[in-house]
Structure formats: C-alpha cells, structure tokens
Design a protein around this ligand. Structure first.
Ligand code: CIR
Length: 255
C-alpha cells in the first residue's frame, strides 16, 4: 500500500453510455469531473506522482483505468477485459506503462481478465473469477507473472457482484475491508477482516494509498469503524461513478 505513482483518466462525455447493472440514471459530467479532481488531489496529497490521462470518448468506461492493467513492482500486465466494449481500453494503456516500466506483458487471450478482479496483498495475488474474468484469462495471467514469483490464489466473486474488488479492499499488510457476503466465502482466512456496516456494502471498494484510506463519501458507520481502528480517512464523492458500478479502486492504477 506504499505507492510512488498513480495513473488515472478523466471521465468522458461518453460516460453517460457506460456499462451498468441497473440503470439509475446517467452520470452528470461536471459532478463526475469534480469528484475525479478531488480523487486525484487526494492521491497527490500523499506525495505520489499522478498522471492524469485525457478523457477517451471512444470508450465510455475508460475512466475506470484499473480494469485495463495490473501494475506490480517488477512490471505491468495489460489485461483483456471481458466486457466487449472495454477490450480496446487495455491496448490504449500499454504505451503509457511502457514509458514507466521496463517490462510490460500482455494477456493475449482467448481468456479474459480485468484488473478489478485482482487484489494484490503483501503476501499474494488474489483473483476472483467473475462475469469478466474467466479461468482461461487467469491461467494466462498465472503463466505471465510466474517470472516474478508471486503466489496467486484463485477464488470466486459472489454472484451478481461485478468485480472481486467491488466487495473488498486492502487496508494494510494484514487487514482487508470486505463485505460480509464476500468474507463468508472464507477467502480471507489468515487476514484480519473489517466488515462494511450492514447497508454500506458499496464502500467496500476503497483504497489504501500511502497514509490514506480513500473511501466513497456517505458511509458513516464504516468510516467511524475505520477511524476507530486508527486509519486516516479521506472521503471522496462517488455518486456519479457509482451509477456505473465504479468505486475508488477502479479510478486509478497504483504502483
Ligand atoms: C464496467 O461495468 O466495466 C464499468 N461500468 C465499471 C467498472 C468498475 N471497475 C472496477 O470495479 N474495477
């Protein structure tokens, strides 16, 4: 959870056409841009260097850069999104990562895998199979990162949950914030787990970024629990990204 860099991408006008499980209305671009600027400012306030890429109109979900790549210490892996409208986003991310990493490897398919399904902890990489990430994608990922000797563990994402990390985030080397429904699967055995408060499951997608836990605004009971556990919290408006099933982790690549 110590990072010197992050990459994000501004929301596009086309984000009104972004994918969503349930239509609760289109995101308001001005508000989305403000939230995004607040998010970038929070990342920068920790001392990290943050690259903000221009909005990409051809890809309505391209603000959610996390799904296009996975940044590890040794190199970056370009993903292969399982959502057909998002496939091209991954290719667009490659040149940016090539300027920062000496090794950038690429999932070629036929399988699919999205960054939102991957939680990197200090001891392992956890991957949740989901509607976007399949066994073939995971197998190729495992073959690719074998060179860097990571322990990889494959688990399930609860049904009807978009991504594995929709329901969890890393708070520190030993501690995970997770919904009860995900923790029930047993996948976090051996970690300390803090549960999101009942009715506040949507804040499980938070991030630990250097000194801060950056979480979506509007989840006071979980926030108070994290404050009591000693974390420094920064709350960011997430109403517009949430209309597209996005949260705090989706909005950046961190390394
Ligand atoms: C999608 O359905 O792909 C986007 N509307 C939301 C992606 C959120 N990304 C993430 O959880 N990592």
């Amino acid at each position: 959870f110590t990072f010197s860099h992050a990459i994000s991408r501004k929301p596009s006008r086309s984000s009104v056409d972004g994918l969503r499980a349930v239509n609760v209305g289109a995101p308001d671009l001005a508000r989305f841009e403000q939230h995004h600027a607040d998010y970038v400012a929070a990342l920068r306030s920790t001392g990290a260097e943050v690259t903000v890429l221009d909005a990409m109109e051809e890809f309505p979900d391209s603000v959610f850069v996390e799904d296009a790549a996975l940044c590890l210490q040794e190199g970056a892996v370009i993903m292969r999104p399982g959502a057909p409208t998002r496939l091209g986003e991954a290719r667009e991310m490659a040149p940016h990562l090539e300027t920062l990493y000496s090794e950038v490897v690429c999932i070629e398919g036929p399988g699919f895998i999205e960054g939102g399904d991957i939680l990197t902890t200090e001891r392992e990489i956890l991957i949740g199979l989901s509607a976007r990430t399949d066994k073939a994608g995971v197998d190729e990922f495992i073959r690719l990162v074998d060179r860097w000797r990571y322990a990889v563990r494959v688990v399930d994402t609860p049904p009807d949950v978009l991504h594995f990390k929709t329901d969890c985030s890393l708070l520190d080397g030993e501690t995970i914030l997770a919904t009860k429904r995900l923790d029930r699967s047993g996948c976090f055995k051996g970690y300390n787990v803090i549960h999101t408060a009942d009715g506040e499951e949507a804040c499980a997608n938070s991030i630990r970024f250097n000194n801060l836990v950056i979480m979506p605004a509007g989840f006071p009971r979980t926030r108070d629990q994290l404050l009591a556990a000693g974390y420094e919290i920064r709350e960011i408006g997430n109403s517009e990204a949430a209309k597209l099933d996005g949260g705090m982790s989706c909005l950046s690549l961190r390394f």
